[in-house]
Design a protein around this ligand. Structure first.
Ligand code: HEC
Length: 143
């Protein structure tokens, strides 16, 4: 019986750490080299990761259950080389559009169900400025 108890404890510990890991998707600064011939990098700094973790990852990563959301924008693919440079640039521009201009992300329904995951106006601005700036950086390497 004693072994069974300790196995249960181990399983509980694993479950708890997986839970925390999945909630802390982008807890480190992610820097992806845009191309081999250029040293310019695409960066998701910690403050941006925090915003994305809180308000976007539920629908925009490979593990997300929102099929439409993750098909349209997948942050995992944005940083692991699956998206082309042009696609990254285009998604960055769209992030500014949906977060700052249309203000339709996160979706209304999501905000109703998870009011604690709402994005503040300051965070909208921070996210959109980051997106536009990274977009500019990529465009500059292509001239
Ligand atoms: C509840 C799920 C959900 C959350 C949370 C969410 N999105 Fe979305 N997002 C979607 C869906 C669904 C679409 C596709 C909408 C459509 O095409 O009708 C989408 C589309 C987008 C697009 C357009 C991509 C394209 O190529 O057209 C961008 C950019 C985007 N989301 C950014 C964000 C950002 C940034 C956040 C966080 C601040 C966020 N989303 C939070 C579900 C979500």
């Amino acid at each position: 019986m004693k072994t069974l108890k300790s196995i249960q404890v181990v399983i509980a510990a694993v479950v708890v750490s997986i839970f925390f890991m999945s909630n802390q998707k982008y807890s480190e600064t992610i820097i992806t080299k845009i191309s081999d011939s250029d040293s310019t990098t695409f960066t998701i700094p910690a403050n941006i990761q925090t915003i994305i973790d809180k308000s976007c990852v539920m629908c925009h990563t490979t593990e997300s259950k929102n099929f439409k959301g993750k098909t349209k924008l997948n942050f995992d693919k944005m940083i692991n080389g699956s998206y082309s440079i042009n696609k990254i640039a285009s998604k960055l521009r769209k992030i500014d559009k949906v977060v700052m201009i249309k203000k339709n992300m996160p979706t209304k329904k999501f905000l109703k169900n998870y009011p604690d995951k709402a994005i503040s106006d300051t965070d909208r601005k921070t996210l959109s400025e980051w997106a536009l700036n990274e977009n500019k950086k990529i465009k500059a390497t292509q001239e």
